[in-house]
Design a protein. Sequence first.
Length: 134
Amino acid sequence: VTTHMPMPLRFSVLRAAAEITIDDVDTLDQLDDILDEFEEAITKRNNVVHNRWNIDPENGATAYAKYSARRTVLADLTPMTAKQVLADAEFIYNVGMKLFQFTGIYGIRPALVERPSRAHKSQAARKQRRKQRL
């Protein structure tokens, strides 16, 4: 259902499903806290994935450059070490697991659908099929 939705809309749908399903206000507050952490995790992920990485040729320090062009062009260079990337990855994982567990406990997680194998569509399988036809 949420495949083509932007992330803020997904959060709204999750909150709406939770408000319909869960009566306890404290539990809904807990979900709000998790979703706030999740938004922070998305920001951390986007900083690593979508920004341009740089290495200082003088000292080997790494940093990412973030550009913004709304009304005016802004550029920020933020130092980040490999340890910080790993720490952010762990934070993202932990928040994701927290949300996964919450949605499972309160029955608002969509069913996981087992997808059929697509191995017969791989390039190697198609090449083998063409050879058999000749």
